[in-house]
Design a protein around this ligand. Sequence first.
Ligand code: CO8
Length: 259
Amino acid sequence: MDFENLIFKREGNIGILSINRPKALNALNTQVLCELDKAIDMIENDEDIHILIITGEGRAFVAGADIAEMKEMNSKEARQFAKNGLGVFRKIELMEKPVIAAVNGFALGGGCELSMCCDIRIASEKAKFGQPEVGLGIIPGFAGTQRLARLVGMGRAKELIFTSDMIDANEAYRIGLVNKVVPQDELMNEAIALANKILSKGQIAVRFAKTSINRGMETDIETGMAIERDLFGLCFATEDQKEGMGAFLEKRSPNYKLR
Ligand code: CO8
């Protein structure tokens, strides 16, 4: 994969995708969003990649959507730009494979929104989070008003969005925005260790669990339970279920085959 603003690496069955526009603190412009969209399709369709880590090059994860590009946009163009970002982020959220955000620095505006469409966020001690849009005379446009409120609750989301406050990694952990805070030089090792732990489980089950949680959180509990029930039933049509339960009873480690 050749991209101007992304770096893609593999580590076993783990894909590592870095936003690579460090001169602009990895700000998301139309080109970055377009490349991200293509990369996600490629990763989702690559049978050798079972889990994805998204991070940023340099001192930012992503410092937001590109303010220089947005400044002269008219309403129609801004709506289209928002639609592009919303589409890519939703694609990441709905990937079958789990996605971990390894937040290495500024995650502001569109960067905070990118981290929130990932399944799990690990932050380095240097990470900073915020939705500074109202300070620029706009509101979050890549679903920040939606995902932040769902993740940390309406009161905290409103406070962060109305004040444009930047919070550090420990505060982000305290309010439940990130799962874990680790030293900067441990960030990728921690993200890879977490990815490997998830990879040691049945990947069909992990994917079904992701779908069940995501879809369930977007609907009423009765519908959510029906989704879980159906996916639970479907697990029993897989070889992995027989292998997982067989391995337990035979007191050995399972050898999952994603079948
Ligand atoms: N867009 C474009 N360029 C940026 C951005 C950005 N979001 N952030 C940083 N840069 C550029 C700077 O302009 C600067 O460029 P140059 O060297 O050419 O002057 C370079 O990156 C380095 O930045 P700073 O010199 O400012 O670095 P500091 O360490 O002094 O400050 C900050 C770091 C605090 C992160 C600061 O750069 C900052 O506040 N950046 C903007 C953060 C922000 O407001 N982000 C939200 C943007 S709005 C948004 O994301 C909306 C998403 C939804 C869009 C919906 C579509 C319409």
